[in-house]
Design a protein around this ligand. Structure first.
Ligand SMILES: [Zn+2]
Length: 211
């Protein structure tokens, strides 16, 4: 323990910028949500602390843990969703950033037990297809995360029923952009359903589409 554990300070700042950006864009209320990155060279994980205001957060408030969850640096408790983040990193070597937010339009679909069809090119690109629904559970432990990953498949995101959204990516900025794109698609889809029958783009390969 102590300050000997190295984690690139620029990347800690990027976590704070992403969290503040998500709050500014209305992706979650109050101090909700959690944000993490993995250093692919050391496999150390940096994650936001539990229930702290993002505006006042400093880089030293970010908690550094091993891939097995052992705390390596930080005075605060890590986010309660740490077991979910760690399970994603252990199972998905291609993922180096995980963001959980609680966006209102995504949550509206989750609240009625629906996944999200991509009806915009941005939505398709952001999620790599549709965004499936992981049904609500009271406990979000490793088993929840394993089952959630099975539901998510090769998509970049999954809805947590009656709760929010989890998005993965290579960098925290990419993962925030995807989160915003998915909430944008949910907003458009909600409006489109009141106007007529939206056309899903789920049949398209996301990599073939210019967003
Ligand atoms: Zn949450």
């Amino acid at each position: 323990l102590g300050t000997s554990i190295a984690f690139d300070p620029d990347r800690l700042n990027e976590i704070l910028e992403a969290a503040r950006g998500a709050a500014r864009f209305g992706l979650m209320a109050a101090n909700q949500g959690n944000f993490s990155v993995r250093d692919p060279e050391t496999n150390l994980i940096a994650i936001t602390p539990h229930d702290r205001p993002y505006d006042d957060m400093r880089p030293s408030d970010i908690v550094i843990v091993d891939l097995d969850g052992t705390k390596r640096r930080g005075d605060l408790d890590p986010s309660y969703d740490l077991p979910v983040h760690l399970t994603v990193y252990r199972r998905r070597p291609d993922v180096n950033a995980v963001i959980h937010t609680e966006p209102p339009f995504v949550n509206a679909f989750g609240a009625v037990g629906l996944g999200l069809e991509p009806v915009t090119t941005t939505g398709l690109k952001s999620a790599n297809g549709d965004v499936p629904l992981m049904p609500f559970r009271t406990v979000r432990d490793e088993q929840f995360a394993e089952d959630m990953l099975a539901v998510m498949g090769d998509r970049f995101a999954v809805i947590w029923g009656s709760h929010g959204l989890l998005v993965v990516g290579r960098t925290i900025q990419q993962t925030l952009d995807r989160s915003l794109g998915i909430e944008f698609n949910a907003h458009v889809l909600a409006i489109a359903r009141s106007l007529g029958t939206p056309r899903s783009l789920a049949y398209l390969d996301a990599s073939m589409v210019m967003a």
